[in-house]
Write a protein that binds this ligand. Structure first.
Ligand code: DGJ
Length: 731
């Protein structure tokens, strides 16, 4: 069994062929963390922990003075019993204290993985794919049970963790903090890596050495956010793309989160991730259960590249769902940057016509089709088509698109309301707000209160109608502001601090119903680009609009950083106009195509503005995309050269059989008399011969990986090359 309990040593061992995770019940009560990493066999599991007496570290076991929770590597630590480090959870029982004493009570080992009630999570299709463990700790004084949920996958090097608090009776308890996972590493000689950014500059990589004290990232914006992604990693000092140890942790949640690492004086490191405890309190009444979001924990001893490929496999196969999970997505054109709000049926038909000629497969009508929305100032909430712009309605336009041989897609922003809307005039209490306080607007809009059942029901029914009103194959689900005045008119005062999390539960419920009712619609989530690019949203919608920044140069960093966790098939990437609307840069159409082709290819420009030469390039690149799309969407990704390091970027995709590969190389600014670039490829079969670009040149896999592929010099800024490799027989 890949989850073992040793009755003598009181050690749990979760393992597959490559990784191990070990815990021990110490003194029959406390759950200690022993090890997580490369697979080990343990002869004397009980001998892993060693204790030293430390001044000022109190003990809860007077008969064992060396023992202290302050120095014990723990699985789910509390505060108040001697551990002065940052706790994983904190409850406030009815006596007003924040002290609890949870002790080991029982455990259950089972095959498979159970779903998390109401929350997105990694899943199994067959029980044999994973094994799970639930460890129950109980604080009998307050009558609360704490269940630690673990799953280990057999073929994916992932451990998932979450926690549920179960009120078994007695008085009410408040949950003030409840991280989804916490781990104490035995040393702190790691680098801390995370993805930071802002609107139009999402998921840039930042890496720094750990220092004493707490380093943390978080969001208190009501969304996982553009600023920090719910992901952190600890890296050994030598770790790069290919070598070294990496521990990556990602949270399956789209709301406020926090992740932190604390280094103590004895050089241990405590890593945790979960709901942001700031501004959060959950009231747990007798008989109720609170379930935390799930953390995905990946160990790699093949550097960041190995970590990413594991996350990619898990997210692609066991987090994303629905018919599009295993399908190539259609090449789309979106009218947003071509028209913004200023369109009518004829203008859209022109875009459709020219897109079809180039081989584009889906037309997406973006913002501005409803109410009297001619700018961002009104109408969110009034989801009736604007007949002045679209006299034949959505149906008429969608049918026109279909007749042209393309699919039709629609933009919506269901979670929002404009103060200038009939919906707001009718239901001013339906938005998040604190009664008697200012309602802070952002992009002239307010956030609907999804913690309310009635609001959720209204969204479900309204968008069921919208999605059935026309033949819609694709929906872009947008969300263009963060939360302020977080309060709900429907919740009692003692539950106000639950609003932000209840909002997420409401959103997930809505998405479960709508994606279930419309299984054939391809949903893409969006939040001003990538403001909610997280595994939680991917559970419902298998792709996300990566960023509102479509500049080819900026996109290199955004897509490279995003790929640390998220596979290319989850990223929307569009070829847009020049000068670029976000940075004013002019890049050639070839580079714009090559950047967007490394994800789900789309277009977002007035195609009629392209010259005939540019149109030829677009058509040729769409042809190329058809050749490589399986590789990009389902292959293994290897990052070769980082855009964060200089003027070059390169990455490649290889199929599972190592028969085919697509290599992308990009040069931002050319430099004079520059060195010869030999790109060392990865992931190929060393003994296989590969033919380059269906031409005469052939190379062995080891030649390409050890000596490298010489990249021809081009005397120009903003150049790119796509190199196709195909396995071939020796002549
Ligand atoms: C923000 C999105 O990221 C854009 O692509 C576009 O859909 C606008 N919203 C429309 O308001």
């Amino acid at each position: 069994m890949p989850v073992e309990w040793d009755d003598k040593s009181h050690v749990f061992h979760l393992y597959n062929n490559r990784i191990s995770y070990l815990m021990e019940v110490v003194h029959g009560k406390y759950l200690a963390h022993l090890y997580w990493g490369k697979r080990v066999q343990v002869l004397q599991p009980g001998a892993i922990l060693s204790f030293r007496s430390r001044a000022f570290s109190p003990t809860t076991e007077p008969s064992d003075p060396k023992f202290s929770l302050d120095t014990l590597p723990q699985e789910y630590p509390a505060f108040g019993n001697g551990d002065f480090r940052s706790p994983a959870y904190q409850l406030r029982p009815a006596d007003g204290s924040t002290m609890t004493e949870f002790v080991y009570n029982s455990h259950e080992i089972y095959q498979g993985k159970r779903p998390l009630n109401g929350l997105p999570h990694a899943y199994v299709e067959e029980k044999s794919e994973a094994d799970s463990l639930v460890i129950t700790m109980v604080d009998s004084k307050i009558g609360v049970g704490l269940n630690l949920h673990y799953t280990i996958y057999r073929d994916i090097d992932v451990i998932t963790r979450s926690v549920s608090f179960e009120h078994l009776g007695g008085q009410e308890v408040e949950i003030h903090k409840c991280m989804s996972m916490s781990i104490d590493f035995h040393h702190a000689n790691w680098d801390f890596l995370h993805l930071q950014g802002t609107w139009a500059r999402e998921r840039h990589i930042e890496r720094q050495p750990l220092i004493h004290g707490i380093q943390s990232i978080s969001s208190a914006r009501g969304a996982s956010s553009h600023l920090h992604n719910p992901f952190v990693a600890l890296l050994s000092k030598n770790a790069d793309e290919d070598i070294g140890e990496v521990y990556g942790v990602s949270l399956v949640y789209s709301g406020n989160f926090a992740a932190s690492v604390e280094v103590d004086p004895f050089e241990t490191a405590r890593l945790s991730i979960g709901i942001n405890p700031f501004d959060f309190i959950w009231l747990l009444k007798p008989g109720e259960t609170f379930q935390t979001p799930e953390a995905l924990m990946v160990y790699s001893n093949e550097g960041l590249g190995g970590m990413s490929r594991t996350f990619h496999q898990l997210l692609r196969k066991r987090v994303c769902r629905g018919v599009y999970r295993d399908k190539i997505r259609p090449i789309l054109i979106n009218n947003w940057e071509a028209t913004y709000f200023n369109f009518n049926e004829n203008k859209l038909k022109e875009i459709v016509g020219s897109a079809k000629e180039l081989g584009i497969e889906l037309f997406v009508l973006d913002d501005g089709w409803f109410g009297h929305r001619d700018n961002a100032k009104s109408s969110l909430g009034d989801w009736e088509v604007n007949k002045k712009k679209l006299p034949h309605g959505l149906k008429g336009l969608a049918e026109y698109v279909q007749k042209k041989g393309m699919k039709f897609g629609l933009w919506v922003e269901p979670e929002m309301v404009s103060p200038d809307s009939d919906l707001y005039r009718k239901h001013p209490d339906w938005c998040l707000h604190v009664p008697g306080r200012n309602r802070t607007e952002s992009r002239n809009q307010l956030v609907l209160d999804l913690s309310r059942e009635d609001v959720c029901a209204w969204i479900i029914e309204t968008f069921t109608e919208v999605f059935t009103s026309a033949p819609i194959s694709y929906v872009k689900w947008d969300m263009n502001r963060n939360m302020t005045g977080v309060g709900s008119a429907a919740l009692p005062s003692e539950r106000q601090k639950e609003t932000a999390h209840r909002y997420m539960l409401g959103l997930y419920r809505i998405l479960e119903v709508l994606t279930g009712r419309f299984p054939d619609i391809l949903f893409e989530s969006c939040s001003g680009g990538g403001g909610r690019f997280d595994p939680g949203m991917l559970y419902y919608m298998p792709q996300t609009w990566t960023s509102d920044d479509t500049d080819a140069v900026e996109r290199l960093k955004i897509q490279y950083g995003t790929s640390l966790v998220y596979p290319a098939i989850t990223m929307g990437a569009h070829v847009s106009d020049v000068p670029n609307h976000q940075v004013g840069r002019v890049t050639p159409i070839m580079m714009r195509c090559h950047v967007a082709m490394a994800a789900n290819l789309g277009f977002e420009l007035n195609i009629n503005k392209l010259s005939s030469d540019e149109k030829k390039i677009v058509m040729a690149q769409i042809g190329q995309y058809h050749k490589i799309k399986e590789l990009v969407c389902f292959g293994d990704m290897y990052r070769l050269v980082s855009p964060f390091a200089g003027m070059d970027t390169a990455w490649m995709f290889v199929d599972q059989n190592k028969e085919k590969a697509a290599v992308f190389y990009y040069k931002i600014l050319a430099s004079p008399n520059s060195p010869i670039i030999r790109l060392k490829l990865r992931g190929l079969n060393p003994r296989k011969r590969y033919r380059m670009n269906a031409g005469k040149q052939e190379f062995f896999g080891d030649e390409l990986m050890q000596i490298g592929l010489t990249i021809p010099f081009i005397k120009k800024d903003f150049t790119s090359q796509l190199i196709l490799l195909e396995g071939c027989q020796a002549p």
